[in-house]
Design a protein around this ligand. Structure first.
Ligand code: IPD
Ligand code: CA
Ligand code: CA
Length: 264
């Protein structure tokens, strides 16, 4: 299958799984706790079973890394990276901000990304070199030049209550240096909102490959930039990310650098 078709398949999967999320939204969920505040619902699992089932029947030899299941390793160069429900805490509280995130890579290179928000019916997609799209329309990052005028997004990991490395210092500093911050609870949507110019910058400390794989391709194809917090190259296997429209990237890195230098 060529890259364009893989992209269409990824989008179709994300839309199909999104229908499962939408259909069950607002119903009482049976919740299982993976940690004190880290939960998984029956719907995460239903969405994952749907996505994995379709990948397995279309591409029986491909690997799959999906959040709620052990990784399916394969000698194939192709691997799917899946978050069947990004924003589970929101979903469980009936807060309408969540999505499905699906990417496929070949030998570690992202070939297609699809993020679908089933409530707003927004489908963000990208393939390398072909640009990024929202419901088929080309999207671009914002033109904001100054951190002071920037709407930023971030999130907190599930160990926020027990880890010293909890993002609160950076949050405090960006409250003072940016225009405003949103913490909306779906890292994949945060990256897509950055890609289409709603946000100007985004950072988080402890993300996993399924949170960022699709969003990273969508963001870079929309003209955005992603590094680690120290400015070194970012890839989806790194925990920390600082992403922006490119124009405010240096200003955000400077805030991080200054904050790290300060005593806690
Ligand atoms: C979480 C969300 C959230 C981010 C967390 C993620 P989940 O994913 O993306 O925005 O702050 O770090 O773990 O658990 O809802 O799939
Ligand atoms: Ca996630
Ligand atoms: Ca998830």
């Amino acid at each position: 299958m060529e890259i364009g078709e893989l992209g269409k398949f990824a989008e179709d999967l994300a839309r199909g799984a999104g229908e499962i999320l939408r259909g069950n939204y607002g119903r009482r969920q049976s919740i299982h706790y993976k940690g004190e505040i880290n939960l998984v619902t029956e719907v995460d699992r239903q969405s994952e079973a749907y996505i994995m089932g379709r990948i397995r029947s279309a591409f029986p030899d491909h690997g799959i890394l999906s959040e709620e299941s052990p990784e399916i390793r394969s000698p194939s160069p192709y691997r799917w990276i899946v978050d069947p429900l990004d924003g589970t805490t929101n979903y469980a509280h009936n807060y309408p901000c969540f999505c499905v995130s699906i990417a496929v890579e070949r030998k570690g290179e992202l070939l297609a990304g699809a993020v679908f928000d089933p409530l707003l019916e927004e489908s963000f997609t990208a393939t390398p070199g072909k640009g990024a799209f929202r419901n088929g329309e080309r999207i671009h990052v914002s033109a904001t030049e100054n951190l002071r005028q920037s709407l930023l997004a971030t999130g907190f990991a599930y160990d926020v209550k027990t880890s010293r490395d909890n993002n609160l210092e950076f949050f405090r500093e960006f409250v003072f240096t940016g225009q405003a911050i949103r913490r909306d609870g779906s890292a994949a949507l945060d990256m897509c909102y950055l890609a289409c110019g709603r946000f100007d910058g985004f950072w988080e400390l402890k993300l996993r490959p399924w949170d960022t794989a699709a969003g990273l391709l969508i963001l870079t194809e929309a003209g955005g930039v992603a590094t680690r917090l120290d400015g070194s190259p970012y890839d989806i296997h790194q925990p920390d990310i600082l992403a922006s429209n490119g124009r405010i990237h240096g200003q955000m890195l400077a805030v991080v650098e200054k904050t790290k230098g300060e005593p806690p």
